[in-house]
Design a protein around this ligand. Structure first.
Ligand code: ADP
Length: 485
């Protein structure tokens, strides 16, 4: 019996090539961790224009293909590049992928349908792409398991492939007009047509993956339970309940090489849990850089996120004025909805030197925000996993989170009686509960240095790597190959 799983991992994002959020972090960090857990992983990505030139230059051509997409036959170039011991394959078609941003185009449905079909054509036709397990992620690759079953099972190379589909964010499902079924997907006369339909003339790509994949996973145990109910289930809770024996919640990890306070070249000084002097240098540098008063002993609270409703921006705006009456500083790094950007910009104007709204998506600069702050706010309405709180802990910045999804699974709330904890948390989506716990955290910072330092050390000692959780995926792959799942 073969024991090493050959895995093809496919997603629309993988850092450092393509990243707009947590999916990019996972796409970059999970595959090498799976290799360390005993798998043999290859990754397939779209060759998008946003990929930095230095990587594009190193790609080698592998093969060219024609990809059938309903009545179309589209060109696809396959190129590859090895990075951190993993071979990444990039599928090229300039008509679909030569765009200035990753998402937000009118034909996103067709772009991801092309990519999903091209993934399968590459596996079918490129000799070195063999797999036992095909691991797909989020709605952009949700059609892969559907196309696999409807079009490719007759081919010997494809017949035994098992599929895993991971939900990173259920909010985005890929909902389009049912006209696409025939015109783009070529599925109108297949059983999938009725499975993808969700009524009112719409089809739902993610629904297809949830019904057609052998195993489903999501990115934290708590979220795996939450999505079985109607509040978090986004109208798909029925499927999660029906397939609950096939649904696994596996907590994400972070790339502990990229995020390492001891060796981080993006910081002015290194630090670790035994010597936090470098963290104070990072704090002063952050304050200087973004126009806050340089004050060593004032708690600096950061927010590093997409500025959307999901991330609890309404709670933050509700309490901002009251919070800023305290001796605190606030540093926001984010982009997103205009109404939130405007409100934060306005607050910056009112509290110059105390509050900064740095409205940009800047992964390199985010390191200084994580390292230089004392607290990170993450009062999410829902949070499948969340990586920011884990990155913050790695840099000794204590997260203040709402107890939902992966936030609940990754942050141990401070217990003032035992000293236990790696952050602070509150349960209800309520602005004043949030403010109360923030004030609590500020109180510990200002008046109990010993307890604070202990919390910082405990946060930095937390294992936020992929080591344990990559093994959980590897175990699932193994069970699928043995037929015990
Ligand atoms: P989500 O995937 O829902 O956006 P996560 O917490 O899972 O949230 O992951 C977000 C990732 O994106 C983290 O690596 C975080 O540091 C990064 N990020 C978010 N906003 C910014 C920003 N404005 N600049 C740089 N990095 C950001």
């Amino acid at each position: 019996m073969k024991t090493k799983a050959n895995v093809i991992f496919t997603a629309f994002e993988a850092a450092p090539f393509i990243k707009t959020g947590g999916l990019g972090d996972v796409g970059g960090a999970l595959p090498p961790a799976l290799n360390k857990a005993g798998c043999d992983v290859k990754v397939i990505l779209p060759k998008l224009s946003v990929i930095p030139e230095k990587y594009k230059k190193k790609m080698e051509p592998v093969q060219t293909l024609t990809v059938p997409l309903s009545w179309r036959n589209q060109y696809c170039g396959v190129e590859k590049l090895t990075y951190h011991g993993v071979t990444f394959y990039f599928l090229d078609n300039e008509y679909y992928f030569k765009r200035d941003k990753v998402y937000g185009h009118l034909d996103d449905g067709e772009r991801v349908a092309f990519f999903s079909k091209a993934v399968l054509e590459s596996i079918l036709k490129v000799e070195e792409l063999q797999c036992d397990i095909l691991h797909c992620n989020d709605w952009h690759t949700a059609l892969v398991p559907v196309f696999l079953r409807e079009f490719y099972m007759g081919a010997e190379k494809m017949a035994k492939i098992k599929t895993v589909f991971s939900v990173h964010n259920l909010k985005f499902q890929g909902i389009f007009s049912e006209e696409m079924l025939g015109d783009v997907l070529g599925l109108d006369s297949k059983p999938a047509a009725s499975q993808l339909c969700q009524g009112r003339g719409a089809i739902n790509f993610m629904k297809g993956a949830l019904l057609y994949s052998d195993v489903l996973s999501t990115v934290s145990p708590t979220y795996a339970e939450e999505i079985k109910g109607s509040y978090f289930g986004e109208k798909l809770e029925g499927i999660f309940n029906k397939r609950s024996d096939r649904l696994f919640g596996i907590l994400n990890g972070i790339d502990t090489t990229e995020y390492n306070p001891q060796k981080d070249k993006k910081l002015p000084a290194a630090f670790d849990k035994e010597n936090l002097a470098g963290k104070a240098i990072c704090k002063a540098e952050l304050q200087r850089k973004i126009g806050l008063e340089v004050k060593e002993n004032t708690p600096l609270i950061t927010l590093i996120t997409r500025l959307t409703e999901q991330k609890g921006l309404d709670l933050i705006l509700r309490i901002l004025d009251e919070l800023l009456q305290e001796d605190v500083q606030i540093a926001v790094l984010g982009t997103g909805d205009e109404k939130y950007e405007n409100a934060l910009r306005e607050a910056e104007n009112r509290y110059k030197g105390k509050m900064c709204a740095y409205l940009a998506f800047d992964p390199a600069l985010s390191h200084l925000f994580y390292a230089g702050a004392d607290l990170l706010m993450m009062p999410s309405r829902f949070e499948p996993c969340g990586l920011s709180q884990m990155i913050a802990m790695r840099y000794g910045t204590l997260p203040v989170v709402r107890e939902t999804g992966g936030l609940k699974d990754s942050v141990i709330p401070y217990n003032k009686y035992t000293g236990e904890g790696t952050g602070f948390s509150f349960s209800d989506f309520n602005a004043h509960q949030f403010l109360f716990v923030l004030k609590d955290a500020i109180g510990v910072y200002l008046s109990d240095q010993e307890a604070w330092n202990k919390l910082v050390v405990q946060a930095m000692e937390t294992d936020v790597s992929w080591k344990i959780h990559a093994k959980e995926y590897a175990d699932i792959y193994k069970k699928l190959m043995e037929g015990s799942l």
